[in-house]
Design a protein around this ligand. Structure first.
Ligand SMILES: [Zn+2]
Length: 228
């Protein structure tokens, strides 16, 4: 994919906006500030800058949406990020809780040639280690419907599809319980008022807090599985 020349801060911003828009119609200033670990004032200044470059549509009090051009640039940096995460994990054996931080640095300097070689060597993968879709080289991306695990009713069997990749402690914790994308689990009980959630995975019972369950995205399993 070709892209216009952007600096590192702009690329980080576009990726944060893209990820915020995966679950919301608008990427709000506060959400971007949280994702990027910077002040709301800095986010607003950057949103105005990206708006002048026609990469985003900025509406005060709503936040931003990506323009076609902005989406193209965002998907390019998202592709770099997610391919790098998978490469670091698969080829170099780096644990899944450490690949995000490394990919954040490398995504900005990855050449088109290296991107292509990494993609080929991994068999043109479509998912990163955390279950997030990797944009294809033509700039398209799979749109997957997810539910937060925290919204699943007791008795339902679901498959873990994707986890939030930004908190290493959380990923280490999930890894220690073998909760990776593809894991099938049954929700046994949910405490009222957003409390603890008890799951059965294989023959083990696992208890998660509501915040952790909110960072795990799942889909409903096939109906036949739910009846078992
Ligand atoms: Zn990541």
């Amino acid at each position: 994919m070709e892209r216009i020349t952007l600096n590192q801060a702009m690329e980080n911003h576009l990726r944060a906006i893209h990820e915020a828009l995966e679950t919301n119609e608008w990427a709000t200033t506060s959400e971007c500030a949280r994702r990027l670990g910077i002040s709301s004032a800095s986010v607003t200044a950057m949103s105005k800058k990206l708006s002048r470059l026609k990469l985003v549509k900025y509406v005060p009090y709503h936040g931003v949406q990506l323009t076609k051009l902005g989406e193209k640039s965002a998907l390019e940096i998202v592709r770099h990020h997610r391919l790098l995460e998978l490469y670091l994990s698969e080829a170099l054996g780096i644990p899944w809780d450490r690949v995000h931080d490394e990919a954040e640095k490398l995504e900005h300097v990855l050449s088109e040639e290296l991107e292509e070689r990494i993609s080929k060597s991994l068999g043109d993968p479509t998912q990163d280690p955390h279950g997030a879709p990797i944009p294809a080289r033509d700039g398209t991306i799979d749109h997957v419907e997810y539910r937060a695990l925290s919204s699943v009713e007791p008795g339902e069997t679901v498959t873990l599809l994707r986890v939030d990749d930004r908190v290493p402690e959380f990923l280490r914790y999930l890894g220690s319980m073998n909760l990776y994308p593809g894991t099938v689990m049954k929700v046994i009980t949910v405490e009222p008022l957003g409390g603890l959630l008890a799951l059965r995975v294989c023959d083990k019972e696992i208890v998660l807090g509501s915040q952790a369950a909110g960072m795990i995205r799942v889909t409903a399993a096939a109906k036949a599985e739910q009846r078992q």
